[in-house]
Design a protein around this ligand. Structure first.
Ligand SMILES: NC(=O)c1ccc[n+]([C@@H]2O[C@H](COP(=O)([O-])OP(=O)(O)OC[C@H]3O[C@@H](n4cnc5c(N)ncnc54)[C@H](O)[C@@H]3O)[C@@H](O)[C@H]2O)c1
Length: 221
């Protein structure tokens, strides 16, 4: 799908990290962008700063955990292409990340199933799923958006948390700047790639998982 002026893109989680970098990269291609985010004040700031740079940007406050709010967002915009953000953890299963791994594998599976369904009905809507490694963002401060209903304190001791975080940083290497990640995602969209991998240095982890599935398949044959 060629990205060009006249198209409209909706970016959720748009005021920080990967989402904001994607919004900027889309704006630079002339695409009109709808910024959607749960952080209302940051949303206004992001819209103002992009509008001030001459970009056509609209803002839509939306909590993606609220189905009615997401329906409202969808009604406001007619989508022709869907990009879901999974993670390398959607194709591999690192330790100490159980809930994150489960949700990211779900994003890959849902995207694959959705793409197959849309193809079956010959829909014009295309789907991609991006599985990045480490990217510069505020992901380590995600607690800021934890809903009050799930406000329970972490039961993991602080020293254990620090060791886990250090382990991740060592395993994942230097974070990629978010604008570089955004360019890779847009290149994947323009190439109509379903699965967009962005961190060549981490491909070994994906191949190791494929190899273990291949070994199991050979045993079953
Ligand atoms: N940063 C990484 O290393 C990395 C790697 C792989 C995948 N990812 C994925 O990328 C995505 C974006 O994360 P990021 O790294 O840019 O983090 P970030 O914290 O910088 O940005 C997340 C954005 O999502 C918004 N948000 C949070 N909850 C929301 C909700 N309920 N409804 C609407 N908006 C909400 C936040 O306000 C923020 O703008 C996440 O799905 C993350 O799992 C990140």
């Amino acid at each position: 799908m060629k990205l060009e002026k006249g198209q409209v893109a909706v970016v959720t989680g748009a005021v920080s990290g990967i989402g904001f970098a994607l919004a900027e990269a889309l704006c630079a291609r002339g695409v009109s962008v709808v910024l959607a985010d749960v952080e209302a004040t940051a949303l206004e700031t992001a819209q103002t700063s992009l509008n001030a740079r001459g970009f056509v940007v609209h803002a839509h406050a939306c909590d993606v955990a609220d189905a009615a709010a997401v329906d409202g967002l969808a009604d406001a915009v007619l989508a022709r292409f869907v990009v879901n953000v999974s993670s390398l953890a959607g194709l591999t299963a690192p330790p100490f990340l159980g809930p994150y791994v489960a949700s990211k594998h779900a994003v890959v599976g849902l995207s694959e199933s959705l793409a197959a369904e849309l193809a079956l009905i010959r829909s014009a809507i295309r789907v991609s799923v991006v599985c990045p490694g480490h990217v510069q963002s505020r992901i380590a401060e995600s607690e800021r958006n934890r809903p009050a209903a799930f406000a329970a304190a972490s039961k993991t001791p602080a020293d254990m948390l620090a060791r886990i975080r250090a382990g991740f940083e060592q395993a994942l290497g230097e974070p990629m700047p978010a604008p570089a990640l955004a360019e890779r995602v847009l290149a994947g969209i323009e190439a109509d790639d379903f699965l967009i991998l962005t961190h060549a240095d981490l491909n070994g982890q994906v191949r190791a998982r494929l190899a273990s599935i291949e070994r199991a398949a050979r045993k079953a044959a």
